[in-house]
Design a protein around this ligand. Structure first.
Ligand code: UDP
Ligand code: MG
Length: 326
C-alpha cells in the first residue's frame, strides 16, 4: 500500500477550499493500492481560509493543515508542506483547481513505473498575453544558454509528483531565496513530463501580477547562474577595447591632419553611454549582493503558527536547564 501526500499551498482561497477536497478525493479514491492524505498550508491568508481548513481537518481524518505565521509566499509555503509530508511520494497542487485532479491517476502510474519526478507540462499558453509569453521566452532562452550544468524545464510548473528521494533532497536545501522550479531541476533524479491543460481558476483571483513574475524571474536568474556577471566583464573588455581604438583614431586625426576633435556631442554621448553601462553593471552586482544579504542572515524559510489546532513554539537549539548550566 503506497501513501501519497498532497500538498496544497493556500493564500486567500476561502471560495475554493470546500470545492477542492471533494473534487480531488473523488479521483484519488479510485486509484488502487494507494492511500492519500492532504497537507494544506495556509500562507497567512487574510480571509477565512484558516477557518475553512480547520473545519475540513475536523471532518476528515486524512487532512492536516499548517498555518504559517504570516504570508511567506508560495515557494516557502510549498517547502513547509514538503517538510511535514510523510508519504512515499508527494503531489503538489494549487488550491484553485487549475491543476486537473483527474491527472493524478496517470501521475501515480508513471511514478510506479520508476520515475522520481513526474511533472506537469502546460500544453497551451493561449490565455496569456503577448507580453507575458515573450518575457517567458526570453527568460527560458537566457536560462538555457547560461545554466550549463542542467536545463530548466520549459512550461513546467509546480504541479508534480515527487518521490520520497526528491523530498529528502529538497529538505537538504535550506536557502531562503527559493526558486523552487530551479531546485526541482537541480536535484535531478529520473524526470518524466506529462501534458496537462491549465484549467480556469475555480473561484477567487490570482495573486500573480507582472511585477511578481518579474521578481521571480530575477530570483531565478540570480540564484541559478552568474552569467550576467560574466556578461558585464565581457562588455567591459569590449567597450574598453573599442575606446582604445577610438582614442588612437582621434589622436592620429589630430596629429597627422590637424583635424580639430569634434567635441561636445561625441563627448556627451560617450559619457552617457558609459555611465549607463556602469549603472547597469552595478545594478547586476547589486542583485547578487542582495541575494547574499538575504542568505547570509540564515533565517528560517517559514514559521508555522498552528498545526491541526496546536500552536507551535520555536525554541533555540540551546536551552539553559539545570542540567547544562553549572
Ligand atoms: N499561493 C500561496 N502564497 C502566496 C500566493 C499564492 O500559497 O503568497 C498559492 C495560492 O493559494 C494557489 C497557488 O499558490 O494555491 C497559486 O497561486 P495563484 O493561483 O494565485 O497563481 P497562478 O495560478 O495564477 O499562477
Ligand atoms: Mg492559480
Amino acid at each position: 500500500m503506497d501513501k501519497i501526500t498532497i500538498i496544497v499551498p493556500c493564500y486567500n482561497e476561502q471560495e475554493v477550499i470546500e470545492m477542492f477536497y471533494p473534487a480531488v478525493q473523488q479521483h484519488v479514491e479510485k486509484i488502487p493500492d494507494c492511500t492519500f492524505n492532504y497537507i494544506f498550508v495556509n500562507d497567512g491568508s487574510r480571509d477565512s481560509t484558516l477557518e475553512k481548513l480547520r473545519a475540513l481537518a475536523d471532518a476528515h481524518d486524512n487532512v492536516t493543515y499548517l498555518s504559517l505565521s504570516r504570508n511567506f509566499g508560495k515557494e516557502s509555503a510549498m517547502m513547509a508542506g514538503i517538510d511535514f509530508a510523510d508519504g512515499d511520494a508527494v503531489i503538489i497542487m494549487d488550491a484553485d483547481l487549475q491543476h486537473p485532479p483527474e491527472k493524478i491517476a496517470e501521475m501515480v502510474k508513471l511514478w510506479r513505473e520508476g520515475y522520481d519526478d513526474v511533472c506537469g507540462k502546460r500544453v497551451d499558453r493561449a490565455g496569456e498575453t503577448w507580453l507575458k509569453r515573450t518575457c517567458a521566452n526570453i527568460f527560458y532562452a537566457v536560462m538555457k544558454k547560461f545554466s550549463t550544468s542542467y536545463e530548466m524545464q520549459r512550461d513546467v510548473g509546480d504541479f508534480r509528483l515527487l518521490d520520497r528521494r526528491c523530498i529528502e533532497a529538497l529538505r537538504l536545501i535550506r536557502e531562503n531565496q527559493r526558486f523552487t522550479k530551479g531546485l526541482f531541476t537541480w536535484v535531478g533524479y529520473r524526470k518524466k513530463e506529462f501534458p496537462f491543460e491549465v484549467q480556469p481558476r475555480a473561484a477567487g483571483t490570482t495573486t500573480w501580477n507582472f511585477l511578481a513574475l518579474f521578481n521571480l524571474a530575477m530570483k531565478g536568474m540570480t540564484s541559478f547562474t552568474t552569467a550576467p556577471l560574466r556578461l558585464m566583464t565581457f562588455l567591459g573588455v569590449t567597450i574598453s577595447g573599442a575606446a582604445m581604438l577610438y582614442m588612437l583614431f582621434v589622436l592620429t586625426m589630430a596629429l597627422l591632419y590637424g583635424d580639430p576633435v569634434a567635441g561636445y556631442p561625441t563627448l556627451l554621448t560617450i559619457i552617457l553611454f558609459l555611465g549607463g553601462m556602469q549603472l547597469l553593471a552595478l545594478g547586476i552586482i547589486g542583485e547578487y549582493l542582495g541575494q547574499i544579504f538575504h542568505e547570509s542572515k540564515g533565517r528560517p524559510i517559514y514559521l508555522v503558527d498552528e498545526m491541526n489546532g496546536k500552536r507551535l513554539i520555536y525554541k533555540p537549539q540551546f536551552v539553559p536547564t539545570e542540567r547544562n548550566v553549572q
